[in-house]
Design a protein. Sequence first.
Length: 738
Amino acid sequence: MSRPLLPVRGDVTDAGFLTLAFLVAVAGFAGTFTGWAFLLVGVVGLGLGIVVGHVANVLRQPLVTVAAMTVGVFFLLGGAVVMRDRAVAGFLPGPDALGGLAESGVDSWKELLTTVPPVDGSGPMLVIPYILGLLCGAGGFTMARRLRWSAAPALAPALVLVAVILLGTHEPDAPRLQGAAFACLVLCWSAVRARRRRRPIRDGGRRATRLATGAGVIAVAAGVAVVASPVLPGAGGDRTVLRDYVTPPFEIDQYPSPLVGFRKYTKDANQLWDQTLFTVRGLPEGGLVRIATLTDYTGTVWGADSGFQRVGPRITTTAQGTPATVTVTIGAAYAASDDVNAWLPTAGVPTGISFDEPGHTDGFRYNLDTLSGIVTDRLSAGDSYTIEAVLPSTQLPEDPQPFGRPTVSTAASTFVNAKATGWAGSETDLGARLRAVASHLRDNGAYSDGGPGEQEYLPGHGTGRLTAFLNAQRPVGDDEQYAAVFALIANQLGMPTRVVLGAQPGPDGVVRGEQVQAWVEVHLADGSWVPLRAADFMPDRSKKPDKQPPQQVENTDASIVPPPNTVHPPSSLTDASQVDPNATRRPGDLDEGSAPWPAFVVFLLTWVLPPLATAALLCLLVLGGKAWRRRRRRTRGTPAARVAAGWQEVLDRARDLGAVIPPGLTRPEQARALGDRAVHPLAHTADATVFGPHDPTDHTATTFWTTVDAVRKAMGSHTSPLHRARAALNLTTFRTRT
């Protein structure tokens, strides 16, 4: 019997429960996306999927057709749902929208897992809830109307719930409430479906009692689950999410250590000393701006670690302090410096960063541990961005306790051991030892940027340069050497320490080369990083070394500043031989060498997916055309005409499977030509109905079509799946009539 196109009561009930279960499941994305647009997009996708499942059920389509229809709806309507800015007229599918959907369908999952939540709730990543809703609607509703197992359709929203958990965060909003609500909905849905298959209960009182009892049991079970879940085994464990197992596709090795080029900011270098690097607005006077945080020393340079990843418009932090809104505008001198123009100057502990130039948003990477940012497409003159930040008020306590063991390689820094022990003196307390070393450097050292008469004080902070710094009659150098040495000594004494390159803006908010400095940060037991400014361990810049006899040099108004390393230092001393010192990299090579997805994915999206999508759409048109023709034959015309059309449907199925039927034959002769005994009674019934003395009824036509459906299914049962697929796409019957 043909199912009605309009949904019946059971359809509406299943669709309602499916929608509620999906809403509860996808609500787990609340901490993953900003805003609630993801929920609306997911519900729209769910509704489209339910329509696909209902139409496929009404037309009695196989699962392969349901899948093809789902793919078709994804591409045809996806532009209007999630990519209106790319769709033609805001809702029609066009090449740009179709390409964006294909790209996001492949790439958005990786982008979500490598972006620090919450991600932008209005961007292309909304394709994820759209896909989940579409699959849940089509799959769940198809199972609801085709499978007798009561809990079968609940598998679809359950899989969505699992996907949301795996794609989500460690600390979702109200997970116990979400789990209890989902379990209650699934139990109620299963109970309704189970009761639907049994004989209705005529006793209204007994029915009400059972309903009340069932509702009470479910409520009690949900309450017990919510209350007891915190004390159950494993409740205190970490939530398993996929982002813990996905490494962000970002290589810090392609960026040089900005500390190497520090000397170009000094006065005697005559390069950037008086040049405007950037301008800061909204930062309290005396505040510091961070350019780069360097955590690893290899014996060659201090370098940054590789923990950079994508972030959304909001950055979660537990830091406490004064909130501030800081605006930074990049100057031409900073943009022209290849060793720093990828590093984003930041202030305090950022809680959100927004660019005036939208293009930088996609290329922005942020390190949550070091509070450093990198823009892969590099900053340009005039670029402006706003930082929402917290400015902690941290000072080094009298008795600082380390967070843990230092992570800097001891093998790379053993050369400082002797001086660390000697300068710390007889102090036993870690804080006192650090202050003793800082005082020795500040009181006994001298400052030199390698100007006229001081060319012997070279730039750099490799093992050789720092050994000379330590073993000289008195330490002499600039911020680069003092910060590098003090950080190494602090780590050797047991305090985790890192180097920061940054600046302290002038009263007008302008940062020139003269304001750039290097300082260190120590990691305390409470998890905070406390800065020790350059003035704590470095002599005043006016304190010059003992005068040396003047030397004849060609250019005495500037020191020779070597270019910064364009190759990131090796991760260990054993890797030093593998670093190519002649390796160079043009600024423009960044975008060419850092594709946002692997090369094989680009190849698939460019050369494989378009023809496959075209083929899928063509297959969908063929399958849809045959389904429309079959329904038209089943429902249009008089009962006699519908019976005749049913026999024609059998012949078309046979031709699709490869049978050859000569024209001009009667129905019994056609049945004999088919060689299938099952169709002989059908042929005689069709003749008797069409040419009989009595007019057939609607019931006769419906019964005949029920037999037609069974015969059609049996005709392909003895063939291979490949042969059946070819038959489903055979176009012969669109042009042949008997």
